[in-house]
Design a protein around this ligand. Structure first.
Ligand code: MF3
Ligand code: CO
Ligand code: CO
Length: 278
């Protein structure tokens, strides 16, 4: 996701190829995103049975990389701003951008797995929560609230509505459930670029922000916390955690604005929308 306020500071080719305007895409472009989104979502389906006590996020990362390559796609995160993995694996109080490693997952952990692939030049970016073994009820509740907040945000998407309508729907629901919305990271335009305008804030005011138009592509990827919204990035330069170390969860879809509403490009082909997946 985009880092709000500072943005990514390091200039690269992606930055230079942005022109600041929100791109409007054609029917052929929708077909490209459909294919890329399908492979990314199928990758998240493929890893589901791997997420269990004793498994390492490194092994899951390797399986994801091989899956994408086998399906003619390229891992977008591998080499992105120096990132060395296919997935982000964010466990418990890790908000986003957790780095796969050799440590074993433990019974009761909750994990967000985020994958982005590039297929025929189009980006598919999606993440889901996974439960490791048996999780406690507050973790289960947070996961459900986060999933529902994503889908309520997406339900606001149609031409004429605004990015603020998406953020307001997410924030109102999450806060009504006594959770908080992370404000330091946001969703983003994508397509041929990984991170583009518009920024999709997961909080805000209905009617504010950019007006949605048919042909826009972007992600919605709310991060919802059981405690305070505040985050910090660890010394590795990637791992974002909740400052109060309380649990956080996230789901992400890539989508396009259609004439009448929205098309989700990253729906699970196997119907593995939220845990439990077994
Ligand atoms: N997939 C993340 C997003 O939702 C971005 C990860 S960038 C990485 O935008 F380099 F950390 F992988
Ligand atoms: Co994203
Ligand atoms: Co992502």
């Amino acid at each position: 996701m985009n880092l709000i306020e500072t943005g990514y500071s390091e200039a690269n080719a992606e930055e230079f190829s942005r022109d600041g305007s929100i791109k409007i895409h054609s029917a052929a472009d929708f077909e490209g995103m459909r294919k890329a989104g399908h492979v990314a979502a199928a990758c998240l389906d493929m890893v589901a049975p791997m997420v269990k006590p004793g498994a390492t996020t490194e092994a899951i990362d390797t399986a994801a990389r091989e899956f994408l390559l086998d399906h003619g796609a390229v891992p977008a995160c591998l080499g992105y701003r120096g990132y060395k993995h296919t997935l982000c694996t964010s466990i418990n109080h890790v908000v986003c951008h957790g780095i796969p490693n050799e440590k074993s997952l433990k019974n009761g952990d909750i994990v967000n797995i985020d994958v982005t692939c590039i297929l025929d030049g189009w980006h598919g970016d999606t993440s889901r929560m996974y439960s490791v073994g048996t999780i406690n009820r507050k973790a289960e509740r947070l996961i459900n609230i986060t999933y529902d907040s994503l889908m309520l945000g997406i339900a606001q998407i149609k031409p004429g509505n605004t990015t603020g309508d998406i953020g307001a729907a997410i924030q109102q629901f999450a806060e009504s459930q006594r959770c908080s919305v992370v404000q330091d990271f946001c969703g983003h335009g994508l397509g041929r670029l990984f991170h583009d305008v518009p920024n999709i804030l997961h909080f805000g005011t209905a009617g504010h922000g950019d007006v949605l138009k048919e042909g826009m592509f972007f992600t919605v990827e709310p991060m919802i916390n059981l405690g305070r919204p505040d985050t910090k990035v660890l010394a590795d330069g990637w791992t974002a955690v909740t400052r109060d170390k309380k649990l956080t969860a996230q789901f992400e879809h890539s989508l396009g604005v259609t004439a009448t509403g929205v098309e989700i490009f990253t729906k699970s082909p196997a119907g593995l929308d939220r845990p439990p997946y077994a």
